[in-house]
Design a protein around this ligand. Sequence first.
Ligand SMILES: Nc1ncnc2c1ncn2[C@@H]1O[C@H](COP(=O)(O)OP(=O)(O)O)[C@@H](O)[C@H]1O
Ligand SMILES: [Mg+2]
Length: 346
Amino acid sequence: MRWIIALHNRTPLFLKVLGANGFLVVVGALGGYAIAHFGLASQDVLIFVALGLVCSLGINFFMLRIAFGPLFRLQQVMEAVRAGDFTARCPVIPGDPDVHRLTETFNLMLDQLNAYRQQVASQILRALEEERKRIARELHDETSQALTSIVISLEMMEQGLAGQESLAERVRSIRQYTLQTLEEIRRLTYDLRPSILDDLGLVPAIRWYLRNRVAEAGLQTELQVDPELEALRLPEDVEVSLFRIIQEALTNVRKHSQATCAKVRLWAEPGKILARVEDNGKGFVLQEALRQDPRGRGLGLVGMRERAALAGADLRIESAPGRGTVVELEVPFHGSRTEDSGASGR
Ligand SMILES: Nc1ncnc2c1ncn2[C@@H]1O[C@H](COP(=O)(O)OP(=O)(O)O)[C@@H](O)[C@H]1O
Ligand SMILES: [Mg+2]
């Protein structure tokens, strides 16, 4: 039995089919010779032909079924990759050497494509962050400064217009409008790149975001942080990625969940840091959300995955209709980078 398996593992499908059909032809020829030689009845000839046909079909069916079995698995993996699961791989099945080579090559190709995709995604995300940082700096240093000067000039003008009430009123309304625009620019600058993230790190940035963007939208918020993580500083890429993932999760809570409460928790376990964003909203079906036409919505969930990969983090999203949503992140972490050591490491 063992030598049959060894032979099966070593012989390519092509030779197997050729061998089997050759064998059938030889048996058929010998049978034909026997029929001619012994002069069998036509009824026996018919039985012989039928038997030959059944044998030929049976052997071919059996061999092709075994050979193509792994191809069906390959197709399932392709479907999974197409649906967005870039980690799906075909198990290497012992058997036909051709199929074995095919699955190996296919898995290798998926590995390479995945590495390339991650590299491109990471370049795009880095460029995006750099550009956001640049625009935020420009808005803060140039536009906000210019508007502040205009507000001061208008204030002085207003004071100089004592006695010309209607003109002073117009100047006041321009000043109010300018102040409003200044406030909007400050808000935009912060959304583009919260300076608190660069200056003070992840925890103050999350606290700020919860207070100013989530609670402001009418949601009850809760932040639980392990005391030793309060002053935590991580490499810039990791810090920005974690903040953006948590920010996107909280934006989704605000936009889609209809929740009354958003909770964020950050805690440490040996060798890792964990973050969790939880809501008590309406929940959703993750596979359906991922299958949605990307042109019809933002790249939120997909972007979260890419950023997690960039930060070397594991991302889990758990949700079900009516059961709220939990987004959990796990980042490998060794040593304790506090604010001082983090800042010097930048
Ligand atoms: N916390 C949540 N609660 C309910 N539904 C959510 C939540 N997060 C995401 N979703 C669903 O998943 C979909 C995809 O989210 P996302 O990829 O962030 O795109 P976008 O926010 O631009 O619609 C959303 O349209 C929404 O239906
Ligand atoms: Mg979103």
